[in-house]
Design a protein around this ligand. Structure first.
Ligand SMILES: [Zn+2]
Ligand SMILES: [Zn+2]
Length: 338
């Protein structure tokens, strides 16, 4: 849908537990340090569902969701010199950080005390245009993937990467719980690095298990099943607290369980014996610009990722979210503005 060049079409959430509404708005102008993008693709993330459900208390309503944005720079705000007109860039979840708090100063801007989040505290990419802080945009000039395939890398890929790093470079036998957008990408990275990857899905999700094997996982089965060998580490992408004790049971002594999601249902109580023997349980929160640099640099050295996407027109964004919630597709849903 082209529309008037002086306006933008945005899919807007006016508050928690409301449906997305299409809105025609004046074209946003980039302020100092910002760029405006013509959005080419924006992937839909499980976090967008948590936003719509009212689980993200930092949200600023109304908001345009979408934090896996790929676009072309079409206007530069005052002072922007690091990006150029026409350049392909990505906009990830971390849309800004204060640069002054103890976390920013320690290289942990993902934990910033005054962060901005794309598509949550800032308008995101469920729109024909988006404005972003140029310092938090990720240049994608060298990425050998089309726009729709690149979009899921901006969150699913990046959070997967950070989770994989926290699982440990020494984790040779890795379990992935929940085989959706993030797992199908990071499984390929882990396999290419020579790790043995085991995929755990919802009981009986044969399609996801086949997908996992096709991408090089050595084993795929139901989450309740024990893996055929003890895991060095497990990453949980499904937002299901019951998986925590299951994953702890599947990892060896000294193993790690990493929770990759922003929101999870309550973790049931479990015997201390599951955590004992120096097993570790930790979460992953957000990401840093360094993660993005490292991830996209690593992709240059690996075989091309096979990114499974399901395209939707921008105005079908609510349908895409509903389909994600119901698990109606493999891989990632991607909104295409026209
Ligand atoms: Zn996300
Ligand atoms: Zn900070």
């Amino acid at each position: 849908m082209k529309g008037d060049p002086e306006t933008t079409l945005a899919m807007v959430l006016r508050g928690a537990r409301q449906a997305l509404q299409a809105e025609r708005r004046p074209l946003p102008q980039p302020g100092p340090g910002q760029v405006r993008l013509r959005v080419r693709a924006c992937a839909v993330c499980r976090t967008d569902l948590h936003l719509q459900d009212g689980d993200l208390l930092m949200a600023r309503w109304p908001v345009v969701p979408g934090h896996e944005v790929v676009g072309a720079v079409d206007a530069l705000g005052p002072g922007v010199t690091a990006l150029r007109l026409g350049q392909r860039v990505g906009v990830p979840w971390l849309g800004g950080a204060c640069g002054r708090c103890r976390y920013c100063l320690a290289g942990q801007e993902n934990l910033c005390d005054a962060p901005e989040f794309t598509g949550c505290t800032l308008d995101g990419g469920f729109a024909t245009h988006a404005v972003a802080d140029a310092r938090f945009c990720v240049p994608l000039d060298r990425l050998a993937l089309d726009d729709a395939s690149a979009a899921p890398l901006l969150c699913a890929g990046l959070i997967g990467w950070r989770s994989l790093r926290l699982a440990g470079d020494d984790a040779r036998v890795l379990g992935l719980y929940g085989f959706g957008a993030a797992a199908h990408l990071i499984a390929q990275v882990a396999v290419a690095q020579g790790r043995r990857v085991h995929a755990f899905t919802r009981a009986g999700d044969v399609a996801a298990q086949q997908h996992a094997r096709a991408l090089g996982c050595v084993w795929a089965g139901d989450a309740e099943q024990a893996p055929p060998e003890p895991l060095d580490a497990a990453i949980l992408f499904a937002p299901v607290g019951e998986l925590v004790p299951m994953a702890l049971r599947a990892v060896r002594k000294g193993g790690r369980v990493v929770c990759g999601g922003i929101h999870m249902s309550d973790i049931p109580s479990f015997p201390y014996a599951l955590l004992w023997q120096e097993r570790q349980l930790r979460s992953v929160a957000n990401l840093t610009r360094a993660d993005a640099q490292e991830f996209f640099a690593a992709l240059q050295t690996l075989p091309p990722l096979r990114v499974r996407t399901t395209p939707y027109p921008l105005q079908a964004a609510q349908q895409a979210m509903d389909d994600l919630r119901a698990g109606r597709f493999q891989g990632a849903a991607v909104l295409l503005p026209d």
